[in-house]
Design a protein around this ligand. Sequence first.
Ligand code: DUC
Ligand code: ZN
Ligand code: ZN
Length: 470
Amino acid sequence: MAFFDTVIRNGTVVTASDTMVCDVGIKNGRIVALGEHIEEGSTEIDATDLLVLPGGIDSHVHLEQPTSDGSVMADDFESGTRSAACGGNTMVIPFSLQERGESLLNSVQEHHDRASGKCHIDYALHAIITDPSEQALVKDLPEIVKGGITSVKIFMTYENMALNDAEIFRVMEATRHVGALTMVHAENFDAIRQMTERLERAGHTGPRGHADSRPIVVEREATHRAISFAELVDVPLFVVHVSGGDVIEQIEWAKRRGLPIYAETCPQYLTLTADDLDSMPTEGAKYVCSPPPRDVANQEACWDALARGVFSTFTSDHCPFVYASDTGKQIKGAQESFKYVPNGIPGVETRLPILFSKGVSEGRITLNDFVALTATNHAKIYGMYPQKGSIAIGSDADIAIWDPKKRVTLTQDILNHNCDYTPYEGMTLTGYPVVVMVRGRVVAKDGKPAGEPGYGEFVSRGRSSLVPDR
Ligand code: DUC
Ligand code: ZN
Ligand code: ZN
């Protein structure tokens, strides 16, 4: 009987730091050998001329998340993780949203129930706190951290979600106390409200108004404020979905001061612009996300920051709503005001191919940077390293084999999400994942699902590498 369950032979293995041609031996779901001419496996995969990378970890996705306006997310944990697998991911970290008035513990339990038995790939959860009551911060938060949810997102915008300054302060004190990582959606709620009213009064109610109502200054101001609170409370802070140059300046300003401030960006900020929201007649609603895509200069600023290592991770912010549906993006956007269009776009399946093609194939970032930005840094920052995020002896065999020459044109037809469109329709890319395995089992092949719902397991996470052990 063969010693290894699977051997991936003769591929170019890439980690965040090294690149080597070797064989990978897998047994009982873990990587147990890296070497030349290793023994036979029960299954042999020839990876000659292919890249063998750690499977993507997408640490910013929204699946089956409740909304307060009647809109319904297109993907649940089954379809979202299926789509993620087909795009080269082996793990996702969706958000567990606490609704105002709801117990934090209950919200987490509900999301566990939604995910359990449904996922094609492994998953963890972040908590969103919208109601920072004494009960939530003092009683429930320590419990959920013990349960392996060691990161908390807060919002500085949205009705029923935005925290005021005192609440932000209190959440940071609580995360400091329990050793959790604070993530922030930084946009100034009051400023957006005023800008929205002004645009509506002037009759600018189409989707483009979404971008015009939240120019980058509202993101820059909120980012600076969040950084200042993190400094006061003495906690690390992770700024999610950074959209352009002014915000990057704030992140770098903080880093220069020695503050533990970290950030991510997403494909929409590299490839879309606010002009896409002008698409006629109301197709612009397909690009409504927050923060909104900016302009070409801000795209360049994001690329430059990615290449210079300012961003720690690259995520999708997959937050899908069907376009042609009463509970999706189109109707409300067309008939009333942009302010009713649910915020968010699909992207869990296209994140990696877009960064690979436009980043690696076009020479903007190295392959090792790609691995760090899409897998290894996620595992470290969200407390799962080295179990996840690397190709190393003892790590889970979470692997994506890429054909770096494969040409693919992104179209809605080839994708596996439950959304009815992709914002990247018609984009031609070079490089695509051809085999994706989670703990040694193939979950996607040639962009199509090859696993089954329920195989993916919950990963209980430890302390973030960014959070000091006090
Ligand atoms: N923030 C997110 O992180 N995702 C979608 C919408 C939003 O505002
Ligand atoms: Zn957000
Ligand atoms: Zn998001």
